[in-house]
Design a protein around this ligand. Structure first.
Ligand SMILES: Nc1ncnc2c1ncn2[C@@H]1O[C@H](COP(=O)(O)OP(=O)(O)OP(=O)(O)O)[C@@H](O)[C@H]1O
Ligand SMILES: [Mg+2]
Length: 226
C-alpha cells in the first residue's frame, strides 16, 4: 500500500528550480534511498515529502491526503503525528541531555513524564546510546548524536522517518554501523524510511534506491540496486 507519494512535483525553494517533475511512491514499512550528486534535488524532495517545502506544481500525498490542501495548523499536526525527521549532525537541543531530547516530542504530545522517560530510554538502548542518556549532545561523539536523533525521530511511533544526509558527518565504518541500526530500528517498528544522500554506500542498506538527476527521479540502474 502506498503511504507517501510525490506526483510530478515541481519545487523552487529558492530562485532556481530544484525539482522538475519528480515522482516517488513509498509503501508502508519500506526503506528507500534518494541518491544523487550534489544539487540533484534529494534534499528538496525530502523536504517536500515532509511538508516543509511546498511544491509549485504536482502533489505530495500522505495516506490519501494532499499536504498542500491542509491549513498550516493541520499540516503541523499531521507532521508531528506521522513523520519523524533526522537532519545532518543530529540537530539536538544543546542544553538538554540525550534522554531529554528524545522524550521531548512525547512530553509535548501530552505523555506523562514516566511514560515518556521509559519509552525514550528504550529507544536510546535500541540505538546503542543508552549509556550516554544523561550526557549533553556536545559530550558525546557525532555517531552517538546521530543515533540519539534517530531515537528522537522514532519515539512517537511515526509512520515515516525522513533522514537528510544522516551519515554526512560519519566516516565509512561509522556510516555502515549507523545505517544498519537505522534500518533495523525502523523495520522493527514497521516505520517507512526515506534517506536523502549523495553517499552511494547508504543505498546498499535500504530495500531500494532511486537516483535523482537534475530534479527528476531516474529509473534505477541495476548497479544502484542493493
Ligand atoms: N533554499 C534554497 N535557496 C536557493 N536555492 C536552493 C534552495 N534549496 C535548494 N536550492 C537549489 O536547488 C537545487 C537542488 O538542491 P538540493 O538541496 O535539493 O540538492 P541536493 O541533492 O540535496 O544536493 P546536496 O545536498 O548535495 O547539496 C540546487 O541547485 C540548490 O542550489
Ligand atoms: Mg542535500
Amino acid at each position: 500500500m502506498t503511504l507517501l507519494s510525490a506526483r510530478d512535483v515541481v519545487a523552487r525553494p529558492g530562485t532556481s528550480t530544484a525539482l522538475r517533475g519528480a515522482w516517488l511512491e513509498v509503501r508502508a514499512g519500506e526503506s528507500v534511498t534518494l541518491l544523487g550528486a550534489p544539487s540533484s534535488g534529494t534534499t528538496t524532495l525530502l523536504l517536500c515529502l515532509a511538508g516543509l517545502v511546498r511544491p509549485v506544481a504536482g502533489r505530495v500525498v500522505l495516506d490519501g491526503t494532499d499536504l498542500a490542501a491542509l491549513r498550516p495548523q493541520a499540516l503541523a499536526a499531521v507532521r508531528l503525528r506521522e513523520l519523524g525527521l533526522v537532519f545532518p549532525d543530529g540537530d539536538l537541543l544543546p542544553e538538554l541531555s540525550l534522554l531529554e531530547n528524545v522524550e521531548l516530542p512525547l512530553v509535548r504530545a501530552g505523555a506523562t513524564g514516566a511514560e515518556a522517560r521509559s519509552r525514550a530510554g528504550d529507544l536510546l538502548d535500541r540505538m546503542l546510546v543508552g549509556a550516554g542518556a544523561g550526557r549533553l549532545p556536545h559530550e558525546v561523539s557525532a555517531g552517538q548524536r546521530q543515533r540519539a536523533a534517530v531515537a528522537r525521530a522514532l519515539v512517537h511511533r511515526p509512520r515515516v522517518v525522513l533522514a537528510d544526509e544522516p551519515t554526512g558527518n560519519l566516516d565509512a565504518p561509522q556510516a555502515h554501523a549507523f545505517m544498519d541500526l537505522l534500518v533495523a530500528a525502523t523495520r522493527d517498528l514497521g516505520t517507512a524510511l526515506v534517506v536523502a544522500t549523495r553517499d552511494a554506500a547508504v543505498a546498499a542498506h535500504t530495500d531500494r534506491a532511486v537516483e535523482l538527476r537534475g530534479g527528476r527521479v531516474r529509473t534505477p540502474e541495476p548497479a544502484l540496486l542493493p
